[in-house]
Structure formats: structure tokens, C-alpha cells
Write a protein that binds this ligand. Structure first.
Ligand code: E4P
Length: 215
């Protein structure tokens, strides 16, 4: 399973990219709005220069025509830009039209396997089920990943399953085991993923022993 970073913060992207673990980046309007005053196009282009992989940029329009217009514009920014559209029938129209022009899409805000099947049939490159937000309403988010994997395998569907709305490191492990192709993670979660108290204690002990070694 590949790891993407779920942020529009260039500092976080630069740092995580230096760890060598990033295969792509996802952004959304909320994440963009957190970067006060940042220009959308310039930010996406800067991200694309930092990470060599799919970079998702989300459309704002709610109608297919508007999504297609925005998608065609974003696609000019960099060859790695993926057009993010919502899991709606207007979104499907946009996916279908953009796919005909070889423009890759990421269908976001997916909350059930039927949305995932329809997005794939319309030609989506990526489907983004929101694991954390499903957990939030008392339903098993990881089960959603498992069901989409089952549906896709049954139909020989190649659309990539991107586990989104990741809240903690365990979500990453469970997404991989449930068959996700990608997990997109907030920076904090990627940091937490490498933390372990026994690693810290081990480092401390090694250093202490090294300092007290006999000459
Ligand atoms: C995915 O691409 C989304 O940007 C993201 O994972 C949303 O997650 P949230 O529930 O933390 O907002």
C-alpha cells in the first residue's frame, strides 16, 4: 500500500518527502483554506515539484459542466494533477467526460461500496472512501474499504482504493490489510506512525551504555 500526505502545507510536505515515504499528496478545499493567503495553482505546482506522484486538486463547482471546466484548467498545471470530484451523479458525468480526454480523477466523499462501483464504472482513477468520518457515525470505516475491495476484485476493476480521513496509525495498518492501494494521512498521523516508546527507551539505553563503556 502506498502512502500519500493529506495536506496543502508545503512545510509538512517538504519534511515528509525527505523521509522517502511519499507516493502522492491529496488536498481539499478545507486543507487549502488552512494555508491562509496561499494561491491554489501555485500551491499545487509547488507540491508537484516536491513529490513525484499523483497530486489531487479538488473542484469547487457542484455541476458537471463546472467540474469539467475546472478539471480541464487544473490538468494544465502539471501532468501529475488528479482532478478530485465528489461522489454525486454530477461528479460521475465529470469523471466520464474527463476520462475521455485522458484526465485522471479522484472521486472523493465516498461512503458506500455502490458509490465506489459507479465511480469506477464512470472511469475514476482513484476512489476515496472516508474511513474516519464513517467511524464518526458509529459504523466501521475499515469494513467499507474491505467491501469496496471485494466489489472491485469481483468485477476486475483497476480503480485505486485510497483510504481517506485517516485518524490514527492503526487506520493505516487496517487499511492495508483490508486491501486499500493507498492511504492518505495527515502529517501528524505519519509522525505518530514512527513513534514507539520502546524505540525511545532503546535509544536512551544504547546511548547511556555507550557513554559508560570501559576505555
Ligand atoms: C481525502 O482526500 C480528504 O482530503 C481527507 O482524507 C478528509 O479527511 P477528514 O475527515 O480528516 O477531513
Amino acid at each position: 500500500m502506498q502512502l500519500y500526505l493529506d495536506t496543502a502545507n508545503l512545510g509538512e510536505i517538504r519534511e515528509a518527502a525527505s523521509w522517502g515515504v511519499l507516493s502522492g499528496v491529496t488536498t481539499n478545499p478545507t486543507l487549502m483554506a488552512r494555508e491562509k493567503g496561499a494561491d491554489f495553482q501555485a500551491t499545487i505546482q509547488e507540491i508537484a515539484s516536491l513529490v513525484d506522484g499523483p497530486i489531487s486538486a479538488e473542484t469547487i463547482a457542484l455541476d458537471a459542466e463546472g467540474m469539467i471546466r475546472e478539471g480541464l484548467e487544473y490538468a494544465q498545471w502539471h501532468p501529475n494533477v488528479i482532478i478530485k470530484v465528489p461522489s454525486t451523479t454530477e461528479g460521475l458525468k465529470a469523471v466520464y467526460a474527463l476520462a475521455k480526454q485522458n484526465i485522471r480523477t479522484n472521486v472523493t466523499l465516498c461512503f458506500n461500496p455502490i458509490q465506489a462501483l459507479m465511480a469506477a464504472r464512470a472511469g475514476a482513477f482513484i476512489i476515496s472512501p472516508f474511513v474516519g468520518r464513517v467511524d464518526d457515525i458509529g459504523v466501521d470505516g475499515i469494513q467499507l474499504i474491505r467491501e469496496i475491495r471485494g466489489v472491485y476484485n469481483a468485477g476486475g476493476i483497476q480503480t485505486r482504493i485510497l483510504s481517506a480521513s485517516i485518524r490514527h496509525p492503526r487506520h493505516i495498518v487496517e487499511s492495508a490489510l483490508a486491501g486499500a492501494d493507498i492511504a492518505t494521512c495527515p502529517y501528524k498521523v505519519l509522525q505518530q506512525a514512527m513513534q514507539h516508546p520502546l524505540t525511545d527507551i532503546g535509544i536512551e539505553r544504547f546511548l547511556a551504555d555507550w557513554q559508560h563503556r570501559q576505555a
